[in-house]
Design a protein around this ligand. Structure first.
Ligand code: NAD
Length: 506
């Protein structure tokens, strides 16, 4: 047993600056997936309070947008410092609340630190282009200006990092943020938010009241943000089901949105693959976070000539997986988030077998005697005859389907033949295969990797996916542009008024 599981949880929360008494009330019961124990009873914000919350953000925007971006960057720099200082404690809250193993809990907070550093650099680079004009004595340019209040609605499985990804960029871009964490992981949200509050306190008066707010609650609270025309950008991370409701609502009021929804990620393993490397990548991406990452590997598309060799190695690796208490040293697979997730996995396994699948390993509940109120499972591998209906759904659990292909065209068609389009990868040392996979007729996903798994993205790249994954991007590259409004300015410094396209008027 590691020392971490022995530390009193209230001590961890107080290190994170969370005053549990201040949040206690009705509405949200927080349970640990580790053992089913109740961690907290929290008050949900009533929907009737939301107009005032949104108004505060709108007022804060009037002041914050006028601060120079590098000054705004200084606040985010302080936030990064606070996250770094509290990394172990926030990581522990994440582990206890959503069941991530220690390194994954820490890694999640590190993503917050990384995006803060990225955003600080960005705060001196929010630049548009200067564009040559076709008219004499004219100059064209574009500018990026702050957009307005940003709502950040997050999923349970990245309860800290996804808020940081969005808020760090929004704050340097000049936008106040309202954070609605998952009702399954509000404590991780509070811990991350408290670090921001401390940064704001250190930053001083130049941060207006209402610059950053957190609202604990269920989907009704999120809906108040989605429906408000005062919320300029809704960034919502979660299931495709949620996105199907949120997307049209935001569109109906011509708001902006970033939708980061479900994935159904594949790996193609060709005859030219390094199988040892592939096995390591499969294990990490299929069973890491107990298969509860949007980028988890769910479909293994393997060439028939290497299938037996690959599966032999994979089954061996699965046999040695350590499943258990996520805070104990050596554990690689923690619990599922709740009973609903377990039931959904069992349902998919039954469906897969009815559709011709053969379970090669796993799928069953384990450690039930030790943790009768929690749901630990043995990660499953199911050999499928084809990409049947169940394979096209995202089952948020460690359930890996194997599909056997003959031609690369077929493998790519399967890779693309699902409604989701988040992440994908190919294992091959054949340049032709690799470039075909990355090319215009290759993978249709937002992320396409070579010789590494589909999960574990770096913050420097734009993150997101196509089709039912939402079509948007957040985090690195030029994702910041979505948190700003763009203006194109044409300046006439001549004494005439020449018109564009050579038009003569009057
Ligand atoms: P979920 O859709 O149940 O909930 C996500 C958030 O949306 C919660 O805060 C919830 O309160 C809110 N919500 C739910 N219904 C809503 C509605 N009608 N209107 C407004 N808000 C609503 O998702 P979950 O179970 O917490 O998370 C798992 C899912 O999230 C998986 O599908 C996973 O792939 C996806 N996910 C995607 C990404 C990504 O970046 N693409 C990242 C993490 C998780």
């Amino acid at each position: 047993m590691s020392e971490l599981s022995a530390i009193d949880f209230s001590t961890v929360l107080s290190h994170c600056g969370i005053d549990l008494a201040a949040h206690q009330g009705d509405g949200i019961t927080v349970r640990s997936p580790i053992d089913g124990a109740t961690l907290a009873q929290l008050a949900a914000v009533p929907v009737t309070a939301m107009p005032a919350v949104i108004d505060r953000a709108a007022q804060a925007f009037k002041q914050w947008r006028l601060e120079p971006a590098p000054v705004r960057g200084e606040l985010v720099r302080l936030w990064g410092e606070e996250l770094r200082r509290c990394k172990t404690d926030i990581g522990q809250v994440v582990s206890r609340e959503v069941g991530k193993i220690v390194q994954e809990g820490l890694g999640e907070v590190q993503e917050g630190v990384d995006i803060c550093e990225f955003a600080v650099g960005l705060s001196r680079q929010l630049h548009g282009k200067t564009i040559v004009s076709e008219r004499p004595g004219h100059r064209m340019m574009e500018q990026y200006h702050p957009l307005g209040p940003v709502a950040v609605i997050t999923a349970f499985n990245f309860p800290s990092a996804v808020f940081a990804w969005n808020a760090a960029l929004a704050l340097v871009c000049g936008d106040p943020v309202i954070f609605k964490p998952s009702e399954k992981a509000p404590l991780s949200g509070l811990a991350t938010f408290q670090a921001l509050e401390r940064a704001i306190a250190r930053f001083g008066d130049r941060a207006p009241t209402g610059l950053a707010q957190i609202v604990l609650g269920h989907s009704d609270v999120a809906e108040a943000l989605v429906d408000s025309p005062q919320i300029a950008l809704v960034s919502a991370t979660g299931s495709c089901r949620m996105g199907r409701t949120v997307g049209p609502k935001v569109a109906a009021r011509f708001g902006k949105r970033i939708l980061e929804l479900g994935g159904n990620n594949a790996m193609v393993v060709t005859p030219a693959a390094d199988l040892e490397l592939a096995v390591r990548a499969i294990v990490f991406s299929a069973v890491g976070t107990a298969g509860q990452r949007c980028t988890s590997l769910r479909r293994l598309i393997v060439h028939h000539t290497v299938k037996t060799a690959l599966l032999d190695k994979l089954l061996q690796a699965y046999a040695s997986l350590r499943i258990g208490h996520p805070l104990h040293t050596g554990t690689l697979v923690g619990p599922l988030i709740d009973q609903t997730a377990f039931t959904a996995m069992q349902h998919s396994l039954t469906q897969a077998q009815a559709q011709g699948g053969a379970v090669l390993t796993g799928g069953q509940r384990v450690l039930a005697d030790q943790f009768p109120h929690a749901y630990y499972v043995a990660p499953a591998i199911v050999d499928m005859p084809a990409q049947t209906a169940v394979v096209q759904h995202e089952t948020f659990a460690p359930l890996l389907y194997v599909l056997t292909y003959d031609t690369l065209d077929q493998a790519i068609a399967w890779n693309n033949g699902v409604p989701q389009g988040l992440s994908s990868c190919i294992f091959s040392n054949d340049l032709r295969e690799v470039e075909t996979f990355l090319g215009a007729a290759g993978s249709d996903c937002g992320i396409a990797n070579v010789n590494l798994g589909p999960s574990g993205a770096e913050i420097g790249g734009a993150f997101g996916g196509e089709k039912e994954t939402g079509g948007d991007r957040e985090s690195g590259s030029d994702a910041w542009k979505q948190y700003m409004r763009r203006t194109t300015n044409t300046i006439n410094y001549s004494r005439g008024l020449p018109l564009a396209q050579g038009i003569q008027f009057g």
